[in-house]
Design a protein. Structure first.
Length: 62
């Protein structure tokens, strides 16, 4: 652990796109299912299932 008070071990950027108020929704970049994010969002969007699976794959252990 660092001395600057940082309690986390992971340095993964956890920023998320804003949630959509309604359709049209952006497609998931992995499975093409609708996501919870607006279609106008530019960037990587994941559906709730793929988002959870990606979090499991990238989770820090220890």
């Amino acid at each position: 652990m660092s001395d600057d008070g940082d309690m986390g071990y992971c340095l993964i950027d956890a920023t998320r796109p804003p949630k959509a108020d309604g359709p049209p929704y952006a497609e998931c970049v992995l499975c093409w299912e609708p996501t919870e994010y607006p279609e106008s969002y530019k960037g990587i969007t994941l559906c709730p299932v793929c988002e959870w699976q990606e979090a499991q794959r990238t989770a820090c252990s220890g």
